[in-house]
Write a protein that binds this ligand. Structure first.
Ligand code: CTP
Ligand code: CA
Length: 226
């Protein structure tokens, strides 16, 4: 029995969530990655599961795992693996939440052997990764909902709204970087949500579990798609 939410208001909904960092291999022992903890993605997965949804979580290496045992986890490493896993199931999903911190670039070539230290400097050539949210946003059907995230250090609202439009999101969640108690690794967060219709909502600094439920409330505010 789930003691925390008798309210199964997402029952019957299939939800795809990408979460955590991606790892882009340089050689057999090294990679490029980022500081994402996956805590926000895990909290969103648990919130959906406890509210009755069927949750499919595509999880980067080292990302926090959710508590609910009903959640189906797809472990991935690189952005291209994350894209493959997401695109395999995308068409069957009702709601997609792109919470992963996907590396924007990956090494052009993965060295077969450990790269040896030589010379006083070195250069690694990088190539752009697939944009998972953008690519699946182009395939989004009229009855699907896409939710994106943004983390910006300047012109935050402008950039978030630009991503909302460019990636065909219904809703974008902007993580506040400047706020104490918000961001990577922490258990609390402060967000603003921008909706496709131009409206917006702001949260206080709250535990990520409560932020997750606020995001689900935001999703419920979206126009019903029939
Ligand atoms: N995203 C994605 N695939 C990528 C890059 C980003 O799915 N290759 C998703 C993220 O999960 C997030 C949204 O797109 O939901 C915005 O990510 P962000 O890194 O802020 O956007 P970028 O388009 O990569 O722009 P930039 O990093 O230059 O600000
Ligand atoms: Ca990026």
């Amino acid at each position: 029995i789930d003691h925390f939410s008798a309210n199964k208001d997402f029952k019957g909904k299939k939800v795809l969530i990408t979460s955590g960092p991606t790892q882009e291999a340089i050689d057999p022992v090294r990679f490029i990655s980022n500081h994402s903890s996956g805590k926000m993605g895990a909290a969103i997965a648990d919130a959906f599961a406890s509210r009755g949804a069927e949750v499919h979580l595509i999880l980067g290496v080292g990302a926090k795992k959710p508590k609910h045992s009903s959640i189906k986890i797809y472990p991935v490493k690189s952005a291209s693996e994350m894209y493959q896993a997401a695109s395999n199931i995308h068409s069957q999903m009702d709601i997609c939440v792109f919470a992963a911190a996907v590396a924007d670039y990956a090494p052009k070539e993965i060295a077969a052997e450990k790269i040896k230290k030589e010379g006083e400097g070195m250069t690694i050539e990088l190539v752009k990764n697939v944009d998972i949210a953008y690519t699946l946003g182009k395939a989004k059907k009229f009855d699907q909902i896409h939710v994106g995230f943004a983390l910006e250090t300047e012109n935050e609202v402008f950039h978030a709204k630009q991503k909302l439009e460019k990636k065909n999101f219904d809703l974008i969640v902007l993580n506040s970087m400047k706020e104490k108690g918000a961001g990577f690794q922490l258990d609390t967060n402060k967000v603003s949500m921008f909706f496709e219709d131009g409206s917006s909502l702001q949260s206080e600094v709250l535990p990520k579990e409560e932020i997750a439920n606020l995001i689900l409330e935001g999703i419920k505010k979206l126009p019903v798609k029939i």
